[in-house]
Write a protein that binds this ligand. Structure first.
Ligand code: AMP
Length: 214
């Protein structure tokens, strides 16, 4: 199964990707996580990415594609979380998949009203194992500690209200053309992200179970 998750920042995309990974046993590829890892390691791509990420802007296409291309080639099934984010990236993804004789099964768009996004991101707590929590809506069992791996939870540097406004604006400008692109291809599905995590996942599961059957 090959799918893309599209959602504005703070919509719970990472959480849903984790749930899909566990239930459907497909690899979760997050460009945000890969970029943060590259920044932490201080690689050349990471150094190039940092200044854009700190401002909440999109990292140039060549950096992101450089970081993700081999992963897409080596994996047969995957959930792409955070890629593509622009029409150009979507076209590159199509080319990479074409070269491998593969196709995307579906693109799931998680919709959440703008006013809820800032509130969600500002309370977000992340773990380096990939788990994501929220101070109010999805707190860990022990304060500051990841339920899954026992790691120390942290706040992402770009999860501030100011950066969020910039990221939502950037999402609207650059990502909305993608929605049209995938709609025209007939593979776009939409879910309501403004409800409990379990309910959002239930909607996603219905879509994925149908794909598995077809
Ligand atoms: P995320 O974890 O998906 O919210 O991504 C965090 C940040 O990484 C974004 O604000 C961008 O600066 C950068 N980023 C992640 N994925 C992409 C992408 N596909 N294209 C450009 N920048 C990206």
């Amino acid at each position: 199964m090959r799918l893309v998750l599209l959602a504005p920042p703070g919509a719970g995309k990472g959480t849903q990707a984790e749930l899909i990974e566990q239930k459907f046993r497909v690899a979760h590829i997050s460009t945000g996580d890969l970029l943060r890892e590259a920044v932490k390691k201080g690689t050349i791509l990471g150094l190039k990415a940092k200044k854009y990420m700190d401002k909440g802007e999109l990292v140039p296409d060549e950096v992101v594609i450089g970081i993700i291309k081999d992963k897409i080639k080596e994996l047969n099934d995957f959930i792409l979380d955070g890629f593509p984010r622009t029409l150009e990236q979507a076209k590159v993804l199509d080319r990479i998949l074409d070269e491998e004789g593969k196709k995307l099964d579906t693109v799931i768009e998680i919709q959440v009203p703008d006013e809820r996004l800032v509130e969600r991101a500002v309370g977000r707590l992340s773990c380096k194992c990939g788990e994501v929590y929220h101070e109010i809506y999805n707190p860990p069992r022990t304060e500051g500690i990841c339920d899954r791996c026992g790691g120390k939870l942290y706040k992402r540097e770009d999860d501030t209200a100011e950066t969020m406004y910039s990221r939502i604006k950037s999402y609207k400008m650059k990502t909305i053309p993608l929605i049209k692109y995938y709609f025209q291809k007939g593979i776009l599905r939409t879910v309501n992200g403004d409800q409990d995590i379990e309910k959002v996942f239930w909607e996603i599961e219905k879509i994925l179970n149908k794909i598995k059957k077809d």
